[in-house]
Design a protein around this ligand. Sequence first.
Ligand SMILES: [Zn+2]
Ligand SMILES: [Zn+2]
Length: 236
Amino acid sequence: MGGQQRVRGGRVLVQLLTDWEVHYLWWFVADAAVMVPETRIQLRRSFGWCAEHAWGGVAVQAGLTHGYLHGLAILYDDLVRPVAGRLRGGRWAWRRVLTAAPCPLCGSEPRGGSRSAPQEVLRRGRNPAPMDALVAASEGRWAAWRCGACDGSGFPWRCRPHLLAALAAGEALDLAGIREGMSRLGEGVFRYARGYRLEYRGMTGAEEVAAFLGAIGWCSGFAPFLAAYGADPGEE
Ligand SMILES: [Zn+2]
Ligand SMILES: [Zn+2]
């Protein structure tokens, strides 16, 4: 990163969550809650979280775990890889596949819930360095998966929410091209998730990290990510 004042990095993302949410994610990570079947079913229905909770969540989890995101990698592999195979038929069928339940973290904070958060957990969770390192490891290749409606660039790829909006509005879409793109994105996330296994260590490169970031953005939208890292990867 350098040069551009506008680029503020993970510091923007870790501030998206309340103290209670940071504390909640600490339990989420410690309990490996993402592996619990009921949680997984709920997150499948909602395609993860809203954009703020998804990006704030990955940044905070990276801080809490020093960048070890195996659980999230498995989750996004689970959310994104099956999509290409499900996108069949016409626009109505696509809309059914792409429609998500509300974000499970929105509105879940109890009143006064942040008071018990230990300072050490907050300090670690709000450390933006591991998220910045993750994004840097993608070497700007995340730009291949950014949504041209989220960044207003007209780039042809669309995140899930903007794809739904385009389908609803009857916009012309290259459905075969999107399905093919989803297939490639799913393969990339699969390799990223697999890269956490011992026998695949060292086989995960910039493409795989970019696919992981692309999967988060595809599910939830890119706005917070772009606010943090800039719409143009050349600014990194
Ligand atoms: Zn939310
Ligand atoms: Zn979008």
